[in-house]
Design a protein around this ligand. Structure first.
Ligand code: 3PG
Length: 395
C-alpha cells in the first residue's frame, strides 16, 4: 500500500476489502477487534485524500438482504472510532446506488457499503459481480486477511479487474508474522495445536511437523491419539475413522509430538459437574475428558517458555465452559511469559484468539491473527486466493 503514489490516491476512490465480519449484539457491534485492526489502512488512505470505499461480508446470510446482517451498525462503530472523519453507510454494494455512494464521497471521506453476501454472485465469485464491484473504485486494496482463503467476488474476482491491487497494512502484517514463523523461525520452534477434531487439523500437522522442534497437542483431538495408543478414552469425543491416521502421525512425529499426560474428566459437560484429574491411562469408562490436566499444563508451559517461536492454534479444552478453561488459560499465560522473555508468539484467530482475550493477555503476545480459517489454511501451506490475486508488482 505504501507504493501507491499520491496521484493514485488523492481524490481517487480506494476500494478496500476489509473483514468486518464481527459479532453483533442487540443491533450493535459486540467485538470491534477486526474494525480496529483495519484502522491503520483506512487512516493512511484518509490522510492521503483518497475517497475510501469499504466493503465486507458479515455472517452467513442466504444471498439476499437480511436486516440481521446489515453493515449499518459496523459503519456506526467505525464512525465512533474515527472522530473527525466523515463515515457514511451506503445501503447497497452494487449497481448505480452503490456507485453514487462512492461518487458522492469527498476526498478523505469514508463509506461502508452494505453486506456483500446479500448478493448471490459474491460467494460464487461471479464475474458479473466482480465487474460491478470494479465500478466502485479506482484502485483496490485488500486488508481482509480473515477472508483471504475465500475466492469470492469481493476478495478475488474484483482484484483482477482493478490495478493497482495491493495488500493493506493488516494483510501485510498477518502475512509477515505467519510467514516468518513458517519460513524462518527462530528456534526452538514450538507449535501448539488444539480444538475438537483432528480431521480439521491433519493438513496443518503434516505441514508443520517437519518444521517444528516440538508440537504440543491438546483439546479433544488428543483423544483420537490416545485411542491410537490403545488407551481407554471413556465417553470422550473420538474420531474413530481417524485412529489409523493418528497412529501413522505418532510414528512419524516421534519425540516431536507431545501429548497430554493427564486430563480433567467429568460425567458430563456442565460448569458444576463433578470433575476429577486423572492420568491419561486412567480415564474412567463412563466419563469424558474436557480439558488437559495440570501436569500437562506444566509440561507444555516448560516447552513454551523455552521456545523462541511459538504458533498456537486451537484451545486445550472446552474453555467456554469453566472449569474446563484451565488448560487453555495456562497455555495462554505461558505464551505471555515466553513473549516477555523475547520469543515471537503468534496466535491463530478464531477460538484461540477468543481464548487469549478471555485470559486478558491479547496484548502480551506478539501477534493475534484476525483470521481463523485463513490463518489455518496459511499454516497448512495453502495459497490464499485473496492474496494470490493481488498485483504484487505494485504491492
Ligand atoms: C471468518 O470469520 O473466518 C471470516 O470472516 C470468513 O468468514 P466465513 O467463514 O463465513 O467465510
Amino acid at each position: 500500500i505504501r507504493d501507491l503514489t499520491d496521484e493514485q490516491l488523492r481524490g481517487k476512490r480506494a476500494l478496500v476489502r476489509v473483514d468486518f465480519n464481527v459479532p453483533l449484539d442487540g443491533g450493535k457491534v459486540g467485538d470491534d477487534t477486526r474494525i480496529v485492526a483495519a484502522l491503520p489502512t483506512i487512516q493512511y488512505l484518509v490522510e492521503r485524500g483518497a475517497r475510501v470505499v469499504l466493503f465486507s461480508h458479515l455472517g452467513r446470510p442466504k444471498a439476499a438482504p437480511d436486516p440481521k446482517y446489515s453493515m449499518r451498525p459496523v459503519a456506526e462503530r467505525l464512525a465512533e472510532l474515527m472522530p473527525g472523519t466523515k463515515v457514511e453507510f451506503c445501503p447497497a454494494s452494487d449497481g448505480d446506488e452503490a456507485v453514487q455512494c462512492t461518487e458522492r464521497l469527498q476526498p478523505g471521506g469514508v463509506v461502508v457499503l452494505e453486506n456483500t453476501r446479500f448478493l448471490p454472485g459474491e460467494e460464487k465469485n461471479d464475474p458479473a459481480l466482480s465487474k460491478a464491484f470494479a465500478r466502485l473504485g479506482d484502485v483496490y486494496v485488500n486488508d481482509a486477511f480473515g477472508s483471504a482463503h475465500r475466492a469470492h467476488a469481493s476478495t478475488e474476482g474484483v482484484a483482477h479487474l482493478l490495478r493497482p491491487a495491493v495488500a493493506g497494512f493488516l494483510m501485510e502484517k498477518e502475512l509477515a508474522y505467519l510467514g516468518q514463523a513458517l519460513s524462518d523461525p527462530k528456534r526452538p520452534f514450538v507449535a501448539i495445536l488444539g480444538g475438537a477434531k483432528i480431521s480439521g487439523k491433519l493438513d496443518v500437522i503434516e505441514q508443520l511437523l517437519p518444521k517444528v522442534d516440538r508440537m504440543l497437542i491438546g483439546g479433544a483431538m488428543a483423544n483420537t491419539f490416545f485411542k491410537a495408543m490403545g488407551l481407554e478414552t471413556g465417553t470422550s469425543l473420538v474420531e474413530d475413522d481417524r485412529v489409523e491416521m493418528a497412529k501413522s502421525l505418532l510414528s512419524k512425529g516421534g519425540d516431536k509430538l507431545v501429548l497430554p499426560v493427564d486430563a480433567v474428566v467429568a460425567p458430563e459437560l456442565k460448569s458444576d459437574a463433578r470433575t476429577t484429574v486423572v492420568a491419561r491411562d486412567a480415564v474412567p469408562a463412563d466419563q469424558a475428558m474436557y480439558d488437559v490436566g495440570p501436569r500437562t499444563v506444566d509440561a507444555f508451559a516448560k516447552e513454551i517458555r523455552a521456545a523462541k517461536t511459538v504458533v498456537w492454534n486451537g484451545p486445550m479444552g472446552v474453555f467456554e465452559t469453566p472449569p474446563f478453561d484451565a488448560g487453555t488459560l495456562g497455555v495462554a499465560r505461558a505464551l505471555a511469559e515466553a513473549t516477555a522473555a523475547g520469543a515471537t508468539t503468534v496466535v491463530g484467530g478464531g477460538d484461540s484468539a477468543a481464548a487469549i482475550a478471555q485470559a486478558g493477555l491479547e496484548d502480551r503476545v506478539t501477534h493475534v491473527s484476525t483470521g481463523g480459517g485463513a490463518s489455518l489454511e496459511f499454516l497448512e501451506g495453502k495459497v490464499l486466493p485473496g492474496v494470490a490475486a493481488l498485483d504484487t508488482r505494485d504491492a
